[in-house]
Design a protein around this ligand. Structure first.
Ligand SMILES: NC(=O)c1ccc[n+]([C@@H]2O[C@H](COP(=O)([O-])OP(=O)(O)OC[C@H]3O[C@@H](n4cnc5c(N)ncnc54)[C@H](O)[C@@H]3O)[C@@H](O)[C@H]2O)c1
Ligand SMILES: [Zn+2]
Ligand SMILES: [Zn+2]
Length: 389
């Protein structure tokens, strides 16, 4: 089959790779009809994600049609149209039973490696390195889905691929980010990053009852899309974010702050962002937590800092003094997608949200390498790319 494969920094290729096979009785194989490029894929594309190997098939926002099922798969049949969550989960372990699917303790085939690095291992993920299972991803014509009974949601025929695809990741992720904020009537939520995840978080915050959302970025079309959802926008190239948020919240700070940027903030966003960049480039640090520091400082006393932007290792110069003395709550996760899918499918069916609003670019799988570049560079007004193999 054809797939997008990783060959190093900024080097994605459209290549022929072996067809996936049923390897376990709980597997299914799907023929991919739509897949998307995620901001998390950019960490791989930019070469900041460790444990990648030449030729790895990446991609973790995938949907399609079931073409083969293993003997031990009871909830799926050939022909079913399904969205696949990016988190691979067994459905039976200690964590899966409690709904913490992204903490599944059976699905990461690189369990020991992850345990050594992080103290314990999270779930395996599709197309996300040999630290998280080494599973082939879904930017391909076909995808092998382990634990397929747990790892799918069936799509009603009246929803298009574009409407349903983002149940795989960015809609649950944005929704979880807002849910972490425990929003009360009258709350103001500040959101760093108006990429696809930030956009979903903005809309989810309003769905969950936020009175005001302050959305921060610098890319004009991303800020415009945030404003269209009803957010007040702040351009970090023009405003001092801390001063501006304080001015807009009677000097207290936002009730909750969402970091939807993660480890690769724009280096134009401040002095510390440049220092972090230098430290990472010279192997004196693993991450660039400029946004997280700001989110902490801009959060009101006893507010919540909700982190969905991804970090990999050890964060330097965190204002923990601010956090403990002012009683902040931290919430964060790789999204346990399975936990959110049924509820969010309901919101789409009720017409409360149509997640396809973020799509700006579509192409075929072979256009993938070019569209990776467009998305990374935020060129041509690109906000979200969907590929149809
Ligand atoms: N926790 C999860 O389960 C999960 C799931 C999906 C994505 N993610 C992560 O969420 C993050 C965002 O993903 P995305 O797809 O929206 O990516 P993206 O790269 O398209 O968006 C990031 C946005 O942040 C903006 N930005 C950069 N520096 C900033 C700053 N200093 N202040 C404010 N905004 C700034 C950029 O201009 C961009 O619009 C990534 O780190 C991704 O890995 C996490
Ligand atoms: Zn993702
Ligand atoms: Zn499990």
């Amino acid at each position: 089959m054809k797939a997008l494969t990783w060959h190093g920094k900024s080097d994605m290729r459209y290549e022929t790779v072996p067809d996936p096979q049923i390897e376990d009785a709980k597997d299914a194989i799907i023929k991919v009809t739509s897949c998307a490029i995620c901001g998390s894929d950019l960490h791989i594309y930019d070469g900041v994600m460790a444990c990648m190997e030449h030729g790895d098939v990446i991609g973790h926002e995938t949907m399609g049609e079931v073409v083969e099922v293993g003997a031990d798969t009871s909830k799926l049949k050939v022909g079913d149209r399904v969205v696949i969550p990016f988190t691979i989960a067994c459905g039976e372990c200690f964590f899966c039973q409690r709904g913490f699917f992204s903490g599944c303790e059976r699905s990461n085939r690189d369990f020991d490696k992850a345990k050594k690095m992080w103290g314990n291992s999270p779930a395996g993920l599709f197309g996300y390195s040999h630290l998280l299972g080494g599973y082939s991803g879904g930017q391909a014509e076909y995808l092998r889905v382990p634990y397929a009974d747990v790892g799918h949601i069936k799509v009603p025929s009246n929803l298009s691929d574009d409407q349903a695809l983002f149940l795989s990741d960015i809609f649950p992720t944005g929704y979880m980010a807002a849910e972490f904020c425990d929003i009360k009537p009258g709350d103001t939520i500040a959101i760093w990053g108006c990429g696809p995840v930030g956009q979903m978080a903005i809309r989810s915050a309003f769905i969950l009852g936020a009175e005001r959302v302050i959305a921060i970025d610098t890319v004009p079309e991303r800020l415009a899309l945030a404003a269209a959802a009803g957010a007040e926008v702040l351009d970090f190239a023009e405003a001092d974010i801390y001063d501006e948020i304080m001015a807009r919240t009677e000097g207290r700070g936002a009730d909750a702050c969402i970091d939807a940027v993660g480890t690769e903030p724009d280096t134009t966003s401040g002095f510390m962002a440049v220092i972090d960049r230098i430290k990472v480039a010279t192997f004196m640090g693993t991450d660039r937590p400029h946004v997280l520091r700001q989110a902490i400082m801009c959060c009101r006393n006893f507010g919540t800092v909700s982190i969905v932007g991804v970090y990999a290792g050890f964060l330097d110069k965190m204002p923990m003094g601010s956090a403990i003395n002012r009683g902040l709550t931290f919430r964060m996760a790789q999204t346990p997608v399975q936990r959110y899918m049924p509820k969010l499918l309901g919101l789409i069916e009720e017409g409360r949200i149509d997640p396809s609003f973020v799509i700006t670019h579509k192409g075929k799988l072979e256009d993938g390498p070019e569209l990776y570049k467009t998305f990374r560079d935020k060129a041509d007004g690109c906000i979200k790319v969907v590929l149809n193999p």
